[in-house]
Design a protein around this ligand. Structure first.
Ligand code: ARG
Length: 606
């Protein structure tokens, strides 16, 4: 991170910040604007030299009771009464360029930053890290915590020929966010999609295809056509047991590598991937690799059974091999079926070994619904028992259920129906305002983008583990905390430059007089902008997209409160208008960065 402190002729303080930033990252507390947090810490250390700067800095927290920062004194376990300690700090306090005031309330010290410094520091930092980076990419909010480390994330992972359900949609949405998040924190990320492309359902499809298959329909939309066949042949199998037997026979041929049984399967798989990739692209999601259950080799499946046998954990049930994990309260699970064929769990074990050998990851996240918590616990316990040195690098990130996802007509859904429906509702809404509608260059694109934002934000607004109910009306509204509202906030900020061309280009930051930003609402916005880098760090610690969503809403609300009072157009003092415009542009840049992190595409017009 580059700190914009040089203009403040305090190289010493800057050095201090650079030193303690590392401590801070480990200490996992949060405070915005490192330089200002360090200045607050320094005030305490100056009065209490027995404490180290690192120690105090790690204790600087977001402000409580209207202050910018708060430090809880008891955490330092100093001898004597907390009151006395606080008084010592207060008696020695001299206002400086960074900290304007300190008050003492019970066990807390509350610090207020000097507004002029805060505004200048934060805006300059946002500006420089957006427009003046060596990479030529916006870097505000990024960090280098993961430098040199590799993370593999597996997400989405739908099953071919079965429905792409909400569980997969959540995994896709949250997975895209976590991918962006790790990249923003300097990690190298490999995103993989582990398709359910193997299993007895392919025997059924093969049987069904002879009866119901249609090449043209397959080419057009393989996902949809294969699911149709699957539904029909399943119904047949219910009535007629010979269908099941025939399907099992067919799948056995596939397992045995019979090429004549595999040709069609391969084609179904390829066409399905093609279709998925198109839909992921619309969602702004890309995978580095499509892998699948079919590609997992046999070697490590057998070794897993061997190892678990040596540990006395394998039971034989009528030829089937079960692992007994009762000792860890994880029940029993089948590893090999009677005919020796593998199942989901076995494939996960062997797959993990193969992935490690291929990627040598420092971390591997599996983004899978909480419905599979037991499965994942069993899987992770087994790789631990197999004593792979990398076993503890594997992490299951889970999420709750989505209730009631269907189209408005109440039918079961495909992913593309969800996108289409969200887009068409948005399109209708936009048409209601004819003037605005005509000003939008590509209303189809814009309405689809807003619709997708609605779906994504609804999904990421609360803690991952919570269940939520899919609600079209709520999510598509421009009011309340929704995706459309965020897009609207961004569009409004993006329009401000277009509406004030006479103020552009803005002079260099140093030539903009930020002391003219005297309104409290301007300070609120800028203070929030300064917190963004810490929001990102919090999010990577918790894998919670809601931390970023909440930030984006707080920022949008702060902007909205300032909008009527802190005007640019119509402000007679041109210097003041410039300073305000700069603030709004910085706000747009940070809101845009947060939205992109959430995998949204921020719009310029709507
Ligand atoms: N295809 C699976 C399903 O739909 C999800 C795969 C999750 N990944 C894993 N490695 N088990 O339930």
């Amino acid at each position: 991170l580059a700190f914009v402190v040089w203009g403040l002729h305090s190289i010493a303080l800057a050095r201090l910040v650079l030193n303690v930033e590392a401590v801070k990252a480990k200490a996992m507390t949060q405070a915005q604007s490192p330089i200002l947090a360090a200045a607050a810490a320094k005030i305490v250390v100056d009065a209490l030299p027995q404490l180290s700067v690192e120690q105090v800095y790690a204790g600087v927290d977001y402000g409580k009771k209207g202050a910018d920062f708060t430090i809880a004194l008891p955490r330092f376990r100093l001898p004597g009464k907390v009151d006395e300690v606080a008084k010592t700090v207060l008696s020695q306090f001299q206002p400086n360029d960074w900290i304007e005031n300190v008050i003492h309330d019970k066990a807390f010290l509350h610090f207020t930053c000097r507004t002029t410094t805060l505004l200048r520091l934060v805006l300059t930092q946002v500006h420089d890290l957006t427009y003046n980076t060596a990479s030529k990419q916006p870097e505000y909010g990024t960090n280098t915590l993961g430098k040199g480390k590799k993370m593999v994330i597996e997400y989405s992972s739908p099953n071919i020929a079965k429905a792409f359900h909400v569980g997969h949609l959540r995994s896709t949405i949250i997975g895209a966010f976590i991918t962006n998040l790790y990249r923003a924190c300097g990690w190298e990320v490999v995103g993989v999609n582990y398709l359910g492309d193997w299993g007895t359902q392919f025997g059924l499809i093969a049987v069904g295809f002879e009866k119901y298959g249609n090449e043209e329909a397959l080419e057009q939309d393989a996902i949809k056509h294969l699911l149709e066949i699957y539904v029909k042949v399943n119904a047949d199998a219910e009535k007629d047991p010979s269908v099941k037997a025939e399907a099992a026979k067919f799948f056995k041929r596939m397992e045995d590598g019979d090429e004549s049984a595999l040709v069609n399967w391969r084609k179904w798989r390829d066409l399905s991937i093609k279709k998925y990739a198109e839909e992921y692209k619309r969602l702004n999601v890309t995978f580095d690799e499509y892998i699948g259950e079919s590609l997992v080799g046999r070697e490590w499946m057998d070794k897993a059974v061997e190892r678990l046998t040596a540990l006395n954990l394998i039971e034989d049930h009528d030829g089937a091999k079960l692992v007994n994990l009762e000792k860890w309260k994880m029940g029993r699970a089948v590893l090999l079926k009677k005919d020796g064929s593998s199942i989901y769990l076995t494939r996960d074990i062997a797959g993990a070994v193969e992935r490690y050998n291929k990627y040598k990851f420092d971390k591997h996240i599996y983004l899978i619904s909480s419905q599979q918590d037991l499965h994942m616990a069993q899987f992770m316990k087994i790789i631990e028992l197999m004593e792979f040195p990398w076993a503890d690098r594997v992490q299951h990130v889970n999420y709750g259920l989505v209730l009631g996802m269907s189209t408005r007509k109440g039918t079961v859904v495909f992913l593309d129906q969800i996108i289409k429906e969200a887009a068409s509702v948005m399109h209708e809404q936009m048409k209601k305002n004819e003037d605005k509608y005509n000003a939008v260059e590509n209303p189809e694109y814009v309405s689809e983008e807003i619709g997708i934002s609605a779906v994504k934000i609804q999904d990421m607004a609360a803690k991952r583990i919570n269940n939520y109910t899919f609600n079209w009306d709520r999510m598509l509204s421009f009011e309340g905390d929704t995706g459309p509202y965020l897009q609207y906030a961004h569009v409004r900020l993006a329009s401000i430059g277009r509406k004030n061309p006479e103020l552009l280009p803005l002079p260099e930051p140093a030539a903009i007089d930020t002391s003219l930003l005297t309104e409290p609402s301007a300070r609120d916005i800028i203070f929030l902008l300064g917190t963004y880098p810490d929001v990102v760090k919090t999010a990577i610690r918790t894998h919670e997209p809601s931390a970023v969503v909440t930030f984006a809403f707080r920022l949008s609300h702060a902007i909205s409160s300032a909008w009527e009072a802190v005007i640019v157009k119509g402000e007679p003092d041109i210097e003041k208008a410039r300073a305000r415009l700069w603030m709004y542009i910085c706000a747009r840049d940070v809101l845009g960065a947060a939205m992109r992190l959430l995998s949204l595409r921020p719009l310029e017009r709507m």
